[in-house]
Design a protein around this ligand. Structure first.
Ligand SMILES: CC/C=C\C/C=C\C/C=C\C/C=C/C(=O)SCCNC(=O)CCNC(=O)[C@H](O)C(C)(C)COP(=O)(O)OP(=O)(O)OC[C@H]1O[C@@H](n2cnc3c(N)ncnc32)[C@H](O)[C@@H]1OP(=O)(O)O
Length: 243
């Protein structure tokens, strides 16, 4: 599946909705057992959540957006398919989250392709289920440091901390993803799927129990004037980068 939402594959409401629909289609297709997730635009895997969905909108929109994000996370994290992320570009914040909920992560070796949950750099806080997903991958101490500092790891460091499973030359990314997929598909589906469910259930249950409260938290947090100001300033900085 190639992510295709120009210019930076941000996770807009429309993109999240389409991703869920496409995942459902693939899961319902008995001929499909695995999925390689990559970007149509080498250089950018995903810029994460769409900042335009979180700026200057009304509370009902924020709630709808957050619910769609939760839905996407729940769908992909619990997918019965083998999901391999072939990360062919920068993967900050929500882009990193999307990689973390796959089963295996391969990052192309390019110093510009950084990955991490950098929310604090924007003056916002990674929600508990982003944090849980990261802790499940790299452990508590490394997550605490990465989250507080909003670290974006270049490939060698991402590998060292365990944020990705493999770093390969850019021209070997797709072939590596296919051989990893073959290895995972050699395992009987039912045993692998039940194991995945068992490993992920506590984290899923944590969000499911708190879903409505989490939406309310997001809406009140993102509606604050101070947060709106931080996000606007961050967007402005991104735009000024060009001039
Ligand atoms: C108590 C807690 C309770 C509840 C929790 C509450 C809040 C927590 C909320 C949310 C968690 C947030 C998660 C996120 O994912 S936020 C998004 C974070 N993303 C980033 O920081 C990445 C920003 N982008 C970049 O660094 C670069 O764009 C990138 C490296 C991806 C690509 O660089 P490049 O030089 O190729 O392109 P640019 O010129 O920078 O960008 C082109 C164009 O795209 C716009 N853009 C970039 N990123 C985003 C984005 N995430 N959303 C929307 N738009 C984006 C950028 O402004 C440019 O636009 P324009 O100038 O108009 O062409």
């Amino acid at each position: 599946m190639k992510l295709k939402n120009p210019p930076v594959n941000s996770l807009s409401l429309e993109m999240l909705t389409e991703l869920v629909i496409n995942l459902e289609k693939l899961e319902n297709d008995k001929a499909v057992r695995g999925l390689v997730l990559t970007s149509e635009y080498p250089g950018i895997f995903s810029a994460g959540l769409d900042l335009m969905e979180m700026c200057g909108r009304n509370p009902a929109h924020y709630a709808e957006y957050w619910k769609a994000l939760q839905e996407f996370w729940l769908k992909l994290y619990q997918s019965s398919l083998v999901v391999v992320a072939a990360i062919n570009g920068a993967s900050p914040a929500g882009g990193c989250l999307m990689s973390l909920i796959c089963d295996y992560r391969i990052l192309a070796d390019n110093p510009k392709y950084t990955i991490g949950l950098n929310e604090t750099l924007l003056g916002i806080v990674a929600p508990f289920w982003f944090k849980d997903t990261m802790v499940n991958t790299i452990g508590h101490r490394a997550s605490e440091r990465a989250l507080q500092l909003g670290l974006l790891f270049p490939p060698a460091e991402a590998l060292q901390v365990g944020l990705v499973d493999q770093v390969v030359p850019e021209d070997k990314l797709q072939s590596t993803a296919l051989s990893v997929m073959a290895q995972w598909l050699a395992i009987p589906d039912h045993a692998r799927q039940l194991t995945k469910t068992m490993m992920r259930k506590p984290t899923v249950d944590h969000l499911v129990k708190q879903r409505d409260a989490d939406i309310q938290n997001f809406v009140s947090f993102v509606s604050r004037d101070s947060i709106q100001k931080s996000l606007q300033m961050y967007l402005q900085k991104l735009r000024q980068k060009k001039s």
